[in-house]
Design a protein around this ligand. Sequence first.
Ligand code: PEP
Ligand code: MG
Length: 756
Amino acid sequence: MPSAAAAARSILTRLHEVMASRSKAQAKLNTVVEVIGESLDSEVCSIYLLREGMLELFATRGLAQEAVHVTRMAIGEGLVGTIAQNVETLNLAEAAAHPDFSYRPETGEEKFHSFAGVPIVRRERAVGVLCVQHVEPRRYEEVEIEALQTVAMVLSELITNAGLVDEDDAGLSPGSTGTEILHGLTLVKGLASGVAVFHQPRVTIEHVVADDTEAERQRVYLAFDKMREQIDRMASQAEFGAGGEHEEVLATYRMFAYDEGWARRINEAIDSGLTAEAAIERVQQRTRMRMRQIDDPLLADRMHDLEDLSNRLLRIVSGQLGTAAAMGLRSDAIVIARNLGPAELLEYDRRRLKGVILEEGSLTAHVVIVARAMGVPVLGRVRSLRGKIREGDQLLLDSDHGTAIVRPVPTMVTAFEARFAENRERQAAYAALREVEPFSRDGTRITVMINAGLRDDMPNLSLTGADGIGLFRTEFQFLVSATLPSRERQTRLYRDVLEGAGDRPVVFRTVDIGGDKILPYLRHNDGEHEDNPAMGWRALRVALEREGLLKVQARALLDAAAGRTLNVMFPMVSETWEFDAARKVFETQLEFLRKQKKVLPEAIRYGAMLEVPALAEMLDVLAPKLSFLSIGTNDLTQFLFAADRANPKLAERYDWLSPSIFRFLRRVLASIDGQRIDLTVCGEMGGRQLEALALIGIGIRRLSITPAAVGPIKQLVRQIDVAEIGAAMTAWLDNPPPNLREALQGWADERGIAIY
Ligand code: PEP
Ligand code: MG
């Protein structure tokens, strides 16, 4: 028996000649079935191609020629239809014994017993089937099946070039695996419908048969080198998103990247006459097929790592390096990724990006905060995601309920549209509250501001009727820029923001870089790997050490606020001297501007974020120096619970509605009682109704939240009695109930307050 490579090679050499010939596509197919039949010593070889949604017999050796272009099978019908539907190989000693066998008298196939068929795949969908049949009842050898699979790849190229199958037809082939419902964790609520777009698209292979095998070998060799280099670099740069399972994934990636067996199999496929791209894909197809037979979720996860890596190798070798964002979205899209960084998300066209589904993700990861600000629903923690969705699949994302429907049937689409309409009604009710001031039933005015970070966020201020911007994350401009934004660009942005806000206040937070906000152009931590970046060299720590960075920003803010009030806030203050040092940078710049006789801000109000628990113990010292304090609950809670906010494994580990958080916050409130400073909560929890209810209950009167939450929070405030929830919270914190979330929900239910 020849080796798989040799068997495929001899067929491929002959096919190469056929494909290079000037004959018509039909004539080529006729020759192809002869070549394959002969090479595999098979009486029958047939090619079925997808046309108008049916698999049509296009060429055959051995079956009745009258059946050509006459015999047609539906997807899922008979053995051929089953292969196409499942995109899977069948190898049967006795075809008629298979439950899906469907006899077609016009073909005269009754005398043939054995049957082997492989799908002809284009963009992960079957566009046809190649099969062989034999009189003797025997199973085909593995090398023969492999040769068939390789030939099917070549055929895919031939039929695409010849325009034999309609690309749309292939796209529309009734989802080869039917409807599927995915379950995950709601990261950003909302409904969306659109087509699946992979953040890192799969590479389309243009050429399958190699002209020069040695050159292909060299290309793969170089690509492997480059890929290994990338993987090694990832360790220090956190290239694929935020921490979390990062380490584990990286270890697996490394293992695969250096796996000699994988490289060898690709080389063997090249030996059989394939191009580098086709060889990588060929090996991946084979692995995919093997893995499908193993029902082990752990292995399935590893399989996705290998898929990821294989795709990376393909992208390197083919030079198709861009993400889906760089290529542009063509229609309403739901982006699929293992994880994303905030900058990667911001690259997408906001008009067409309708939703995001991630394999990882957690509530307070910055990418999720950005998505929330953009009003893009996000479903996270969906296992084996990329094995279940294909590029271009229709998707209905219902993040409110933590699900997504892949390839929905029409009744599901109708039901979804009804929910969409309901949702729109609710949004309209929120919009009607735009001009309404959020007073509680007993007359307490709650200040509701929004969090923002980009120029594009400014319309949200008037759309929501918020009281101002309680947190402007200045680092977002840094994240979306390819290079460090110049002082002039910073000034322009800040000025536009202040102008856009009119007489409503804006609180600018100085850059909070680090943690999960990595800037590719700023060598982070001098290239040193941080085991724990959230507790690492970030925010004010970076700004104080790279004083140039803060100096430039201070100048830009002071310039932009000429003649107005400037509210400036420092992130991640851990000790009071850090606040003093940061303020000093501003004051030195102010002095400089004064000497230059520039127009200065009318007033400067300095504030700090309370995110590091240690600072809570120093508020008696710090508070007198502050005009305002803003509690960043995203970071604060991760530190209180020692639970990385970006680690998806911990996403469901603790609840914001935990008595420990609220007891802590209650102490903070008590410690600044009587001080003349504004106290705001600007973390994500303030934008959730039950959490906001509890915060108001302990005495918080100012919230800065994601714009989409303004309506729901105003609506909540108008329904509650602040004194009443205050008393309830005091009782619960003194004597914690078994589940504070349930207690609060019960409180709301009893009063007929609907919580969404
Ligand atoms: C916070 O930590 O709660 C906060 C508002 O800051 P960021 O989410 O940007 O870290
Ligand atoms: Mg923070």
